[in-house]
Design a protein around this ligand. Structure first.
Ligand SMILES: Nc1ncnc2c1ncn2[C@@H]1O[C@H](COP(=O)(O)OP(=O)(O)OP(=O)(O)O)[C@@H](O)[C@H]1O
Ligand SMILES: O=P(O)(O)OC[C@H]1O[C@H](OP(=O)(O)OP(=O)(O)O)[C@H](O)[C@@H]1O
Ligand SMILES: [Mg+2]
Length: 285
């Protein structure tokens, strides 16, 4: 039987969240940690466990049909690869940083200087855009140490919490790009497998929408129902059911999880009581 081949990072920062989201879209695999390939039990799909940095080439060659990969890796070496879904995890930045004592305020100030990085193509794209030149020192890891050992005047690397920069006496001066895990597809995907990826993409969308939303239940005095409903628009409109207690209703709605904290005080001020906020597994619109 024809199977969709999807790559995930073998080990590293993307692995666990990639496996988690595959599980949430209903793909179940035997623990494949020590295997390089695993078959799903309940979908025509094979998972290939690969290095994140190698995945763009596998996609380009059509060895895999799709992949969960860091967007920054596609900027670096996969600008011909299509992103079909942003997955909302492994969020980070690719930034320029310099020693705290440096006067440089942006990449432009590193004209003619030395920059250490694992992302030379990305840095070059931005250098070319600004019409400046720098000497790139390409290293595979521990980039933040380079200025301290006299190897570079600045660095370009991944920044998330900023603690690695801080520990190495560096400061961020420019964010080149923001990145998150994405679902990307091969330019050589077959029509048959495109149909399978469409099915999978729909499932990813349902899970991501669900993760962004909360199901809210509350009790409201009837005279305040309209005000409360206006605060909770819901997917179509909120569900309103009478409570056994005269003059009260139960209101059910779906709300963006970030919006909830913005309306909670107003809900309470309008007399809402017994507010429950529940996670949503999937949301099919
Ligand atoms: N500190 C971080 N916080 C959030 N996301 C990060 C962080 N560091 C890296 N990432 C994201 O996770 C991806 C994988 O990072 P990781 O360090 O595990 O592997 P890698 O060294 O880039 O890849 P490989 O699998 O080729 O060894 C990166 O491409 C980036 O998108
Ligand atoms: O801003 P922070 O939260 O400190 O994260 C940034 C650090 O995380 C990544 O390294 P990682 O830990 O993945 O190690 P690696 O260089 O071996 O991949 C990245 O290369 C930075 O060094
Ligand atoms: Mg890393």
């Amino acid at each position: 039987m024809n199977k969709l081949k999807i790559a995930v990072q073998k080990s590293g920062r993307l692995h666990d969240d990639s496996m988690k989201i595959l599980k949430e879209i209903g793909i179940s695999v035997d623990n494949g940690k020590d295997q390089l390939k695993a078959s799903a039990r309940n979908f025509p799909l094979e998972i290939f466990y690969l290095r994140n940095g190698d995945i763009p080439q596998y996609l380009r060659d059509g060895v895999v049909d799709a992949a969960i990969i860091g967007e920054n890796v596609l900027v670096e070496k996969g600008d011909d690869i299509s992103i079909i879904e942003r997955l909302g995890f492994s969020k980070c930045k690719v930034s320029i940083a310099v020693p705290k004592s440096s006067n440089a305020k942006s990449l432009k100030d590193l004209d003619g200087k030395r920059i250490a990085t694992s992302y030379p193509n990305t840095v070059n794209q931005f250098l070319d855009k600004d019409g400046i030149k720098a000497n790139l020192h390409i290293i595979n890891g521990s980039v933040e140490i380079a200025p301290n050992i006299g190897l570079a005047d600045g660095i370009c690397d991944i920044v998330s919490s900023g603690s690695t920069l801080f520990k190495n006496g560096l400061k961020e001066i420019e964010v080149l790009l923001k990145s998150e895990a994405v679902l990307a597809t091969s330019p050589r995907i077959s029509t048959e497998n495109q149909t399978l990826i469409d099915k999978i993409q729909f499932r990813f969308q349902s899970v991501i929408k669900g993760r962004e939303s909360k199901y809210v239940l509350l009790n409201a005095p009837n005279e305040k129902l309209n005000d409360i409903i206006n605060l909770l628009p819901g997917m179509k409109s909120p569900t309103v059911l009478p409570l056994a207690t005269e003059g009260w209703s139960s209101v059910h709605s779906v709300i963006n999880k970030n919006d909830f904290w913005n309306v909670i005080d107003e809900l309470k001020a309008n007399g809402a009581e017994g507010i429950l906020v529940c996670p949503i597994e999937n949301m099919v619109l």
